[in-house]
Design a protein around this ligand. Structure first.
Ligand code: NAD
Ligand code: TYD
Length: 355
């Protein structure tokens, strides 16, 4: 038996593949285009492991998908591959439409063709798990209740609009063709192996370099923070017990404002790697706000707890400590992801000189 994972060299996908092979002998076929966000070094510990079959390719490549599906006959697919960074989607939405919308469409069509040819038992057992985001629901006011699975869609960024589009395709492929799909909406993940363009890893690596810590607007935007290993355990639970056609919210029970996150990261660094020049919070700089910046996301994750018995294992305090420690212990990984393309991105987004 095997499962097919897309985007398994990215942040969450690589954790999922590593966790999966830690707890199961079922082979993982890992299809990843290795964009700037895909990092084979994340999977280095699997070198030589026959249970991990890495395929360098694009989810929009229909013939490659057909070949992989007929060769490996996976019993399930977990779809992580996406362009995932809101700020990049503001600078250049085209790639988000190509991968998140067109790529997801190609994947659905290839899987539908494969699934249609299975025998009745295999058809019923097959699962297509689509990894979505809470951002498709839009922005909440301070006193609004958290997003439930029934919350209306109101995506505000090119990224969230492209993810919403893919969610709708997945839903339609279930309703129209009967494809046994599962969709999960998770909140902001954090943890080791996180590419330092997103808030938490960017703050850690900038602080260690003595560089400014750029906080957008007033820093009072709120996100729910989910430790990446908890996200992986939730996906496993949904894959194993989720009802086809259903959607499941996955949250960390940690609604925290951005500025508070940055202060917590600084305080941990002050404790674990004190800077002789003074507290890291001295590096905080308020910069221009993100256009269309969503003010608050919050996740009501009671359905997955009620139906599948899942709850996050980490508190934010325990997860952020593990995360900061990991970055302190892995300077080689940090150096390896800071290619010329990464420096070009920092220049474009923050106007900082390369380096
Ligand atoms: P990531 O950007 O770290 O990784 C994405 C991976 O997809 C990379 O390995 C990249 O090479 C691969 N990829 C991109 N385009 C591809 C294509 N056309 N074909 C094949 N592979 C391609 O993303 P992530 O943070 O690991 O997020 C994974 C999924 O989870 C995404 O679908 C994202 O929308 C969703 N999600 C992420 C978060 C978060 O906080 N990181 C929160 C909610 C939902
Ligand atoms: P990010 O990690 O990009 O995730 P998302 O936009 O998907 O929530 O950003 C998290 C929050 O941090 C978001 O409100 C934007 C903010 N932010 C900053 O204030 N400064 C930064 O340099 C970055 C990257 C994000």
């Amino acid at each position: 038996m095997s499962i097919l994972v897309t985007g398994g060299a990215g942040f969450i996908g690589s954790h999922f593949v590593l966790d999966w092979l830690h707890g199961s002998d079922e082979t993982v076929i890992n299809l990843d285009a290795l964009t700037y966000a895909g990092n084979p070094a994340n999977l280095a510990s699997l070198a030589g492991d026959p249970r991990h079959v890495f395929v360098h390719g694009d989810i929009a490549d229909r013939s490659l998908l057909e070949q992989l599906l007929s060769q490996h006959r996976p019993r399930a697919l977990v779809h992580f591959a996406a362009e995932s960074h809101v700020d990049r989607s503001i600078h250049g939405p085209g790639e988000f439409m190509r991968t998140n919308v067109q790529g997801s469409f190609s994947l659905l069509e290839a899987v539908r063709a494969h699934w249609s040819g299975l025998d009745a038992d295999a058809k019923a057992a097959f699962r297509f798990h689509h990894v979505s985001t809470d951002e498709v629901f839009g922005s909440l006011a301070p006193a609004d209740p958290a997003f439930t699975e029934d919350h209306g869609y109101a995506p505000n960024s090119p990224y969230s609009a492209s993810k919403a589009a893919s969610d709708h395709l997945v839903r339609a492929w279930h309703h129209t063709y009967g494809l046994p799909v599962l969709t999960s909406h998770c909140s902001n993940n954090y943890g080791p192996l996180h590419f330092p363009e997103k808030l938490i890893p960017l703050m850690i690596v900038n602080a260690l370099d003595g560089k400014p810590l750029p906080v957008y607007g007033d820093g009072q935007q709120i996100r729910d923070w989910l430790y990446v290993a908890d996200h992986c355990s939730a996906i496993r639970a949904v894959l194993a017990g989720g009802r086809p056609g259903q959607t499941y919210n996955i949250g960390g029970c940690n609604e925290i404002a951005n500025l508070e996150i940055v202060h917590q990261v600084c305080a941990l660094l002050d404790e674990l790697r004190p800077d002789p020049l003074g507290p890291y919070a001295r590096l905080i700089r308020f910069v221009a706000d993100r256009p269309g910046h969503d003010r608050r996301y919050a996740i009501d994750a009671r359905k997955i707890e009620r139906e599948l018995g899942w709850r996050p294992a980490e508190t934010f305090a325990s997860g952020i400590r593990k995360t900061v420690r990991w970055y302190l212990d892995n300077p080689d990984w940090i150096a390896s992801v800071r290619s010329g393309a990464y420096r070009d991105w920092l220049g474009k987004q923050y106007g900082t000189p390369a380096g």
